[in-house]
Design a protein around this ligand. Structure first.
Ligand SMILES: C[S@@+](CC[C@H](N)C(=O)[O-])C[C@H]1O[C@@H](n2cnc3c(N)ncnc32)[C@H](O)[C@@H]1O
Length: 187
C-alpha cells in the first residue's frame, strides 16, 4: 500500500466504517464457526472487530512490517498473525470453519493470482466452511488512491464464475454503491 492508502486503512474513519457498515454487510447471515481465517488484515482494524466475534482468528498478511506490527498488537489475545502470501497459504487443508477477505483482492497483482487466492481459501476451509468477503468497486477516486501501487479491481460480473471455478458452491454476489460482497461455501 502507498502511504495515503495506509493512512486511510489506519484511520478512525475507516475503523468506524469497518465496524458499522462493512463487516455487518459482509457477514450478514454467515455462521463463522470457531476457527476463522482472515487474509490481508493490513493494520488490523478489521481484525479488531472480527476477533470479538470468534473464539480463534488467524490473520495472514503478506507485508512483513504490517504483519509484525499486527502480531505485536495482538499478542496475548485470540489472534495468531502469520506473514504469508494468500496465494500459497502455509496452512493445512480442510482446517477453517470460515474465511474472510476484506478490501484486499485489488492489491493482489493479477486476476490469475486472485484466482489462486480463491483456490487456497477453498483448500484450507473445512467441509461446509463459508467464505465471505468484499472489495471496493472500481472508480476514479480509488484509482487515484492507488497511484504507484498495485491496483487490480475485481469485476463483480465475473466473480460468481471465478468462485465456482475454484470449487465453491452456494455463491452469492451483490453490490452497493461502493463495493461488491460475496459469500460462498465449500460443500
Ligand atoms: C487495503 S488493505 C486492507 C486491510 C484490511 N483488510 C481492511 O479492510 O482494513 C489490503 C491488505 O492486503 C494485503 N495483501 C495484499 N496481497 C496479499 C496476499 N497475497 N496475501 C496476504 N495479504 C495480502 C496488503 O499487504 C494489505 O495490507
Amino acid at each position: 500500500m502507498n502511504e495515503a492508502h495506509l493512512q486511510l486503512c489506519s484511520s478512525t474513519e475507516w475503523a468506524d466504517a469497518v465496524q458499522r457498515w462493512i463487516i455487518p454487510w459482509v457477514l450478514d447471515g454467515v455462521e463463522l464457526g470457531d476457527d476463522v481465517l482472515e487474509i490481508g488484515p493490513g493494520p488490523g482494524l478489521t481484525t479488531d472487530v472480527l476477533r470479538e466475534q470468534v473464539p480463534r482468528l488467524t490473520a495472514v498478511e503478506v507485508n512483513p512490517a504490517l504483519a509484525a506490527a499486527l502480531s505485536a498488537r495482538m499478542e496475548g489475545n485470540n489472534v495468531a498473525v502469520l506473514c504469508a502470501d494468500a496465494t500459497a497459504l502455509p496452512l493445512p487443508s480442510d482446517r477453517f470453519s470460515s474465511a474472510i477477505c476484506l478490501t484486499m483482492l485489488h492489491h493482489v497483482p493479477t486476476a490469475e493470482a486472485q484466482d489462486e487466492v480463491f483456490s487456497e481459501l477453498f483448500r484450507v476451509l473445512g467441509p461446509g466452511g463459508r467464505l465471505a468477503g468484499q472489495d471496493s468497486l472500481d472508480g476514479e477516486e480509488l484509482r487515484q488512491l492507488h497511484v504507484g501501487d498495485t491496483y487490480v479491481p475485481v469485476d463483480p460480473l465475473t466473480l460468481r464464475d471465478r468462485l465456482e471455478a475454484s470449487g465453491f458452491s452456494s455463491i452469492s454476489v451483490d453490490t452497493n454503491d461502493y463495493a461488491v460482497r460475496f459469500q460462498a461455501t465449500k460443500s
